[in-house]
Design a protein around this ligand. Sequence first.
Ligand SMILES: [Mg+2]
Length: 200
Amino acid sequence: MTVVCLDLEGVLVPEIWIAFAEKTGLEELKRTTREEPDYHKLMNYRMDILRREGLGLKDIQDTISQIRPLEGAKDFLDELRGMCQVIILSDTFEEFAKPLMRQLGWPTIFSNSLLVDDDGMLKDIVMRAEDGKRRAIEALSSIGFRTFAAGDSYNDLSMIRKADAGCLFRAPKNILEENPDLRIFDDYPSFLDYIKENLR
Ligand SMILES: [Mg+2]
């Protein structure tokens, strides 16, 4: 039995931080895991900017409430969930993910969480586990599941490599060039077909 593990941002929903950067006009917040492989470094960079600008969790959540899943994502996910078990493995935070999960029909998601101070400012991130995506794949394998993983960023590569099968979806050029052996798909129908081929 195969469990399909999918990244969230860039695969099913837009990049949350890019949407937030556009709303606030803070171009510096457009840096994502697509450019910066070190997630702690990236989050410290983002939290420094938020502190400097006096922006808290509420401001980010207001933006997220206006984000919609990528076009076709809900139908793709519904069809996939009718065929196999699906888990979204995301490095985002449960405080951010909830409004998006509602729109996707409450799929299962394993993510991280945030520490927020009394003023509502982001204080720190609480990672469930280091390299949590890869470790989720290892844990699923250890209880007898075959795994398929897909994502678009640096932080997805270790889970894709560890899974029994996997691919990239709408990954940027640099990731593609550095991983020429991985298949990539840019639309949901061909992505779904490839996953189907790999279910057994
Ligand atoms: Mg992503």
